[in-house]
Design a protein around this ligand. Sequence first.
Ligand code: HEM
Length: 494
Amino acid sequence: MESNLMNLYYNTKWLNISVLFFATLVVAKLILSAGWRYNRRRSPPVVKAPIPIVGGLLRFLKGPIVLLREEYPKLGSVFTLNLVNKKITFLIGPEVSAHFFKAVETDLSQQEVYRFNVPTFGPGVVFDVDYSVRQEQFRFFTDSLRVSKLKSYVDQMVVEAQDYFSKWGDNGEVDLKHELEQLIILTASRCLLGVEVRNQLFDDVSALFHDLDSGMLPISVVFPYLPIPAHRRRDQARKKLAEIFGRIINSRKQAGKSENDMLQSFMDSKYKNGRPTTDSEVTGLLIAALFAGQHTSSITSTWTGAYLLANKKYLSAVSDEQKVIMRKHGDDVDHDILSEMEGLHRCIKEALRLHPPLIMLLRSSHSDFSVTTREGKEYDIPKGHIVATSPAFANRLPHIYKDPDTFDPDRFSAGRDEDKAAGPFSYISFGGGRHGCLGEPFAYLQIKAIWSHLLRNFELELISPFPEIDWNAMVVGVKGKVMVRYKRKQLSLE
Ligand code: HEM
């Protein structure tokens, strides 16, 4: 009897334990699946691909803007694309892109996604060094682009523009795109790389820069060291440029000479621990500056011209502005006078809103984060994703910009301020936040120096059709020629 009771006790105990065990499993499963559903609900929607595995890549290769135009209306401002072994999550618009711009490097970093620049810029600079060193090198950039430095650069920009356009005849036809490319190489070289390089430019140095440029291909983004002729020429050019800069730096040091240019500023820069920059670092930083600033500025000056010549209302507004300024300052043009050209500034800014040359900005995410869309939907983006935003797409969002495809520089005038009304990161042609462009003031000054000279001295007419966008270029610019008929004018202040 006692043993029966004992058996019953043990059986009941095991029954209880088993029931408890199964109950725990069921509850755990319920919690997990609820959580899974919860997580799934908060994951960004995923772009549908026509075929598995490489389907996402194929869609991306059709062009990121094509993808955004197709998917944004369907999926909204946050969505993920599967790129074979990587996921890329797009954050489009100021409501969801703030984290992209403000996050610290340990959360969202540039190094992995922009590493393909290393063979071009060279070793020991920018994306080849730890963030702490890169930060110091960006401090050198900031120092070299201070207002006091910009003032002397502007004087050189003005001289370059005068010299260049003095070679035009009294009238004729030119490819404006080609002309502005040439002029910007000259001014950028003079202000950034130094007078020695500027004077040698049309000998070997320009050929070396050409090789460096031609070595940056779409394939270089994925395989920067692929042994192809373009990469070999890039590497040889980088080596020869280092030798040329080495000689220039040496001769400046020997002669105890100091110039007003970025080269000098980098030569004089010191790290926090007191170490001066090496010749190789100076070369690398200058190449990085040229890559950041040359094509971006020449493309923007061409679009500005195309829009002005196609919009008589704004062409006459900026021409009148020049007359007002000339009544005040005569023929003088300097940093402060360029800063008075607010109408011209808005036209450049609007050309750049419509055509930002850097169409995609990327980061690599190292920690999970969440974003909330303007409709109030929350999404979790896990670490490991590539995170992207697109100036070319976000700058034309209709809830931020009225008639977003129309050239309307007055949208930036006081009272309308469309780029500010929706909050920060509504206008992202220069990026923003932690890694916003350090060369923005330089770029505006350079483009204004060119266009104020053209407006004052020439009557211009666009004689080719309004240009199209060259989506295939690494720095997206103008497709084909931009033919312009010019006539030198006798200046009248009337
Ligand atoms: C119209 C002309 C220009 C445009 C549209 C432009 C655009 C940009 C953009 C979009 C970024 C941010 C990249 C990112 O967030 O991933 C950037 C960064 C940068 N730009 Fe520019 N840029 C221009 C001219 C220049 C010039 C002339 C210089 C120097 C002389 C320059 C130097 C830099 C530097 C050093 C950075 C990196 C800042 C950082 O990561 O902290 N840019 N630029």
